[in-house]
Every structure is written in structure tokens, then in C-alpha cells.
Write a protein that binds this ligand. Structure first.
Ligand code: HMG
Ligand code: MG
Length: 296
């Protein structure tokens, strides 16, 4: 049961750049986001309002958002780990925010410096305030198919977290395979378990390609009817607090796959390839997208 349309959430400006050691100037980030919008992307994660000591690359998040300004048909979202981040996001006129929890206790400590339970307590007031402002909130769950510190993660832990984030008011749950440990059958079992408790339409897949499994895992999800996929042009990305994490699945490769399956995306693949090259040139890295590499 393949879907007819898949929405891509482009996470390149946030997940793609957050782990880059080379400072990417604000102007370049702004141009990157504008180019992504020109590709037809309507959901772009533009930055994160986390501690600048923890993730220095995102310290200009406010300037990035303000310089980009509102773009027609595009919703610019940002990560907010706590009320302080949420306040900064509001001041910068973010159009959507995302809270991020982990299904692994060890990873929660590394990434947020608190337990899973404490992170949920921090999200509660964000979701309450966002509700009053009619601001959509997305919920991430990391380490859904395994953790770099803890190893195995029980699907039930992911299910319970997805239920709690949905109860708090998240309109969508993005399942993160943070260090790309998953394989298709495992991914399918997890999606099946989560979809028993929250509607399938509210599930997004956020797969890193560390072990080359991301496209196969996504295909497994598509066969189940998943309609939202997170991706990053040129396959940039990785969490600085997840040992061994590398790039997100490349947007170009996902779009090529979807087009081949006859699934609509409303995206311009040649322009995505060009944008993938633009950001790679800016950081002095080759594109990790196979489709990009194969295109003259
Ligand atoms: P902490 O050190 O426990 O925070 O970090 P604190 O509340 O004790 O504050 C310490 C200092 O940070 C204070 O400043 C605060 O003002 C400041 P000081 O008094 O020392 O000058 N601070 C902030 N500044 C700006 N914005 C804020 C903020 N909060 C505190 N929002 C904290 C706790 C959550 C802040 C920290 O752990 C943090 O920033 N973590 C974020 C790590 C991160 O960004 N990871 C990558 C994103 S998640 C990801 O990539 C996974 C995902 O892609 C899905 C997947 O792949 O699985 C989403
Ligand atoms: Mg990620």
C-alpha cells in the first residue's frame, strides 16, 4: 500500500549543519534555505535554539530566521529543547517548533543533560504555550532502532514516548534512527507497533544512513503507507552527541526513489541536486548523495 504523495521535511539547515566543524556564515545559511524553498520544499527545519555552548554552529539561529523571513508556502521550523529555546524561537518568528526526546536513557543524558522523564517535563510548558498560540509542535524520538551508548532499545519504549508526546500535543512524531542501526524488518516492526497507538499519518521517518540502510528502511515504511520522510540534501548531518552518527538520508536519493515508484513529491530534483552542491561547496565537502554524484 504505497502512498500517492510523500511530504519531505528538509532538515539540512539544522541536522545537516549542526555537526559541521567549519563555521557556515549566516548569509550562506540564509541562501541555502532560500534555495531549498525554490526546490518546492514546504517544510524546512531552519535551525535550532539549543545552547550555543553545546552546538556552536547553531548560535546564529535567530539571525538566520530573521534574515530568511517568511517564505510563501513554506513552514520554517526549529528545535527547542526547553522554554528558553522556545522563547528565542518565538522572538525569531519561527512558524513551527520541535521538541526532541530519546528512547534511550543514556542518549537523553548525553544529548539533553537530563533523563527522559525530565525532558518530558521540560516539553510540557512548551506544548501548553504553543497550543495557546496555535503554533504547531513536532516531536522527535531519537535512537528508535538502537543507541550508541545503550545498544538495544525496546520498541515499547518508543511506543510509550510517541503516545506521551502525542498526548502533550505534538501533531507529528518523527522516528529517528540516530546512528543508522536499523534494517528493514526491524523498522517495519517498530512502525507497526507505533501505528497501533497513534495514527499512521502522524508518523514521520528520520533515518540516518550510517550503515547504508536508510533507503531500504524507508521503502519498508513506504510499503506500510508512511507519508512523511525527513531528509537532508547531499546527505549531510549527524548529531554531535551521538557517537558514530553520520549523514541523514540524502533528499536527492529519496526523491529519486519516490519518483521511480510513481509517488508525487512536488519537488524539483535537478534543483535539489544544485542546492546539494551549493552547500557542499560552501563547507568544502563532496556530496554524499549517490544521485547527486551520478548526475553530470
Ligand atoms: P544544560 O547545560 O543542562 O543547561 O544543557 P542549563 O539549563 O543548565 O543552562 C546552561 C547554560 O546554557 C546557561 O547559560 C543557559 O542560559 C544556557 P550560562 O548561564 O552558562 O551562560 N541555555 C541556553 N542558551 C540558549 N538557548 C537555550 C538554552 N538552554 C540553556 N535553549 C541543554 C541543557 C538542553 C540546553 C543542552 O543539553 C542542549 O543545548 N542540548 C542540545 C543538544 C543538541 O542540539 N543536539 C542535536 C539535536 S538532536 C538530534 O540531532 C537528533 C534528531 O536529529 C533526531 C535523530 O536523528 O534521532 C532530532
Ligand atoms: Mg537526526
Amino acid at each position: 500500500m504505497l502512498p500517492e504523495f510523500v511530504k519531505i521535511v528538509e532538515v539540512g539547515p539544522r541536522d545537516g549543519l549542526q555537526n559541521e566543524p567549519v563555521w557556515v556564515p549566516t548569509d550562506t545559511k540564509v541562501e541555502f534555505i532560500r534555495k531549498l524553498a525554490q526546490c518546492g520544499l514546504t517544510a524546512i527545519e531552519a535551525a535550532s535554539f539549543v545552547s550555543p555552548k553545546w552546538v556552536p554552529q547553531m548560535r546564529d539561529a535567530s539571525q538566520v530566521l530573521q534574515q530568511v523571513g517568511p517564505l510563501p508556502e513554506v513552514r520554517l521550523s526549529v528545535l527547542t529543547p526547553n522554554l528558553q529555546g522556545f522563547q528565542r524561537a518565538l522572538e525569531a518568528d519561527a512558524q513551527e517548533v520541535a521538541v526532541f526526546a530519546a528512547a534511550s536513557e543514556a542518549f537523553s543524558q548525553k544529548n539533553l543533560n537530563c533523563s527522559i522523564e525530565e525532558s518530558l517535563e521540560r516539553f510540557r510548558p512548551i506544548l501548553e504555550q504553543a497550543k495557546g498560540l496555535d503554533l504547531p509542535v513536532r516531536g522527535y524520538i531519537s535512537c528508535v532502532l538502537g543507541c550508541p551508548y545503550q545498544g538495544e532499545v525496546a520498541p515499547q519504549a518508543v511506543v510509550e514516548l510517541a503516545q506521551e508526546l502525542t498526548r502533550q500535543g505534538c501533531y507529528e512524531i518523527s522516528l529517528g534512527d540516530t546512528i543508522g542501526l536499523g534494517t528493514p524488518r526491524k523498522a517495519q516492526c517498530l512502525i507497526e507497533a507505533v501505528a497501533q497507538e497513534i495514527p499512521l499519518e502522524q508518523i514521520a521517518l528520520h533515518f540516518h544512513d550510517t550503515r547504508g540502510q536508510a533507503l531500504a528502511n524507508l521503502y519498508a515504511g513506504l510499503e506500510m503507507g508512511v507519508q512523511v520522510i525527513d531528509a537532508s540534501v547531499s546527505g549531510l548531518g549527524g548529531c554531535p552527541y551521538a557517537q558514530g552518527a553520520s549523514g541523514n538520508v540524502a533528499t536527492e536519493d529519496v526523491v529519486y526513489l519516490l519518483e521511480g515508484l510513481g509517488i508525487a513529491t512536488n519537488l524539483d530534483l535537478p534543483q535539489l541536486i544544485e542546492t546539494g552542491r551549493f552547500i557542499c561547496d560552501a563547507i568544502g565537502k563532496p556530496s554524499q548523495s549517490k544521485v547527486n554524484q551520478a548526475t553530470p
